[in-house]
Design a protein around this ligand. Sequence first.
Ligand code: FES
Length: 323
Amino acid sequence: MIDPNDVMEVRVARRTEEAEGIVSFELAHACGADLPPFQPGAHIDVHIPGGYVRQYSLCNPANETRRYVIAVLRDAQSRGGSAALHDCVVEGDALRISVPRNHFRLHPGANHSLLFAGGIGVTPMLCMAEQLHREGRPFTLHYCARSWGRMAFHDAISGSDWAGHVQLHFDDGAPGQKLDLQLALDTACADTHLYVCGPRGYMDTVLGQARAGGWSADRLHYEYFKAEPVHKESDGAFEVEIASTGTVVMVPADKSIAMVLNEHGFNVSMSCEQGVCGTCVTRVLSGLPDHRDAFLTTEEREANDQMTPCCSRSKSPRLVVDL
Ligand code: FES
């Protein structure tokens, strides 16, 4: 369920082809007013023609108040969202968006930041790099793309004041310019914080190698675009008890917990509905969740005291949730 208080109307002030398959949209308040403030790493929900709602990171500097900039990759596996934005949305159109939310913040105490961007995963990193530079905090941005033609924002980056902190890597380029991940991780100082965003395989490689190298979880920050596909054939029914009222509801195999709770009048706020944004995170008081999200950290999953009811299920016959 989307909270209607979170939604506002904006106008597409500019649409730019940034790279092969990538379009950016500059959004301004429909009434010409200032937009709600945001911090680097924030995203907005965009309500797309056709009834889709998708999340996009804000990539413009966080001290700007008159616009939000998002960039959209046309996803070959698109369920409709990115294709509709590419095909149907032009300058002057009105769009409905949410206020910014942020689950991917810069750590305030990091002395050095190592940013890894894979493809369209550069969007939150642009805002982060800008902010780190403005605050005089050291950082390195490694930006990996399949080719020059598929690298969005390369002109903006090379023309920025912080271009000297960026290393560009191309899959189709010479061996010498490719990302040496091990070297980047090994040469980072002990209090460096790592941020990664991009395709799942890219993120898993960066995070896996960092973990294997002994990086602690509190220094690793990431945001997935999509949860891992899950096989639902063996899904069964289970019960969910609402702690505040003692009400017990049955969750059948073909419905999510959040769906059933909302049907019974228990409001669970949702946004992505696929386990990536964290909007629906709910405390679990007893029972064993079957975590299927890409939002909670490994430690948070293992604690089993919170879950994402939009997609996760239960391994125990009953879950008691703190609603
Ligand atoms: S609604 Fe996004 S994680 Fe559940």
